[in-house]
Design a protein around this ligand. Sequence first.
Ligand code: RRO
Length: 293
Amino acid sequence: KEENIAVGGVSLDNHLILAAGVLGTTGASLKRMLSLGAGGVVTKSIGPYPKGGHKGPCVQVYDGAVMNAMGLPNPSEDFKVELSGLEGRPVIVSIFGGDPDEFSKVASWFSGMASVRGFELNVSCPHAEGYGAQIGSNPELVQECTEAVVKTGIPVWVKLTPNVTDITESGLAAEEGGASAVVAVNTVRAMRISTAMRRPVLGNGSGGLSGPAIFPVAVKCVYDLYEACRIPVVGCGGISDADNVIEMIMAGASAVEIGSGVLDNVGIFSEICGDLYSEEGENIEDLRGCAHA
Ligand code: RRO
């Protein structure tokens, strides 16, 4: 049955969380996703300075996949106003920076707010020069950035990049830095080329792939992290139905995030909850990690 759960120091209304980046740019859309059944919401990533996005096209939708290079657009500290009215709700603020000091600075703006239950450190954007996967693929930097934000006393989740040889190195670095959970994964580095234009399709050239196409990549990352880490693993990447959620939980996930799946179906949270928490269903807590020998 659906009940209140706690994952990595954050209490949630159910196991399904709105992933960072999608519909998380305004307070109104965060509230809407909660009212549509999300058990928690993660904001669009907020950085140390206001930033416009990359030049377009920024998003391409394919059959079973989405490719984006939004370019970390965000209003920086001004985002605080969007969180009013969300006091006491399961809101996680996604933050990014170029070094531990910048992470610390962004975290300090939000750490006293009654509407912030946790931070998710974005160290994993695949196309953010200096701000993303460059940090996430360097375990020492992951640990230092995590330590810098853990000092706020607010639970810290770290969102990892799949664009590495062994994701457990960054997962263990986050754990060592004091993270309460790791989230796997951000988008997979990708590019398409328009044969008509003879140029990359995205304005930025390369971007990140999400959606059902990357689900097996995400399952493998969750499986490996569950074996390596003691802190909870949150699964993210291409989840589109309750069976995908159960598969992630069997791989070891304590909860899941849904991003691309919301784009063409805002009802996805309540639909999956209906299937996941049916009376006849097994207790999903009993299934966690059961795929491991
Ligand atoms: O804004 C983006 O372009 C973006 C970010 Br911050 C991220 O973490 N992952 C992604 O696919 N796009």
